[in-house]
Unconditional design. Structure first.
Length: 179
């Protein structure tokens, strides 16, 4: 029986020695598993630092570009009579015109006819006012109510009231003329 105990103890000692040898030879750098704490404490910080560095690099490039960008000078009318009677703000103005009065765009202008009736004024037969639902309104044609329309530039295009009282919502630079 003592002989069997000695054999068991010897086998266990050899197994322990082999286990210690295997553990000592194990290299954790090739282990594909990573811990959650490594992701949160180390990896996340490294990624965020790299993203911040690239963002700053792009932002400084954009800032340099904008600093070197040359914008055209704004022109101011020299004759006070040439100044537009409407505003050029992003807000909508509510304007009332009566029969015979016209609204001409000084620059790009959007409008809706809310009540009454009006016709298109366009000096060129091939160009009119854009009805933003997809059609074009040409000179002398009636402008439908509650349709968003746009005059792309101030080249003599506008609208003329054909009703006693026409309410127009308008945005952009315009002038009102009595005919």
């Amino acid at each position: 029986m003592k002989k069997q105990v000695k054999i068991i103890v010897s086998v266990l000692a050899i197994l322990c020695a082999l286990t210690v040898t295997v553990i000592a030879a194990y290299d954790s750098s090739e282990d594909p598993l990573i811990s959650f704490s490594y992701l949160n404490d180390i990896f996340k910080k490294e990624i965020l630092a790299e993203v911040d560095a690239r963002f700053e690099e792009l932002r400084s490039g954009i800032d340099d570009y904008l600093d070197n960008l040359e914008l055209p000078e704004a022109t101011v009318p020299s004759d006070p009579d040439d100044e537009p009677s409407g505003s050029a703000s992003a807000a909508w103005d509510i304007v009332e015109i009566t029969t015979g009065q016209s609204i001409y765009a000084v620059s790009t202008c959007e409008f809706l006819i809310r009540s009454g009736s009006a016709v298109c004024i366009a000096p060129d037969a091939k160009q009119g006012i854009a009805d933003l639902t997809g059609s074009e309104i040409f000179n002398g044609e009636s402008i439908p109510m509650d349709r968003l329309c746009m005059i792309p530039r101030g080249d003599g295009r506008g609208i003329k009231a054909t009703h006693q009282s026409v309410y127009v919502m308008i945005r952009g630079e315009y002038t009102i003329v009595d005919n």
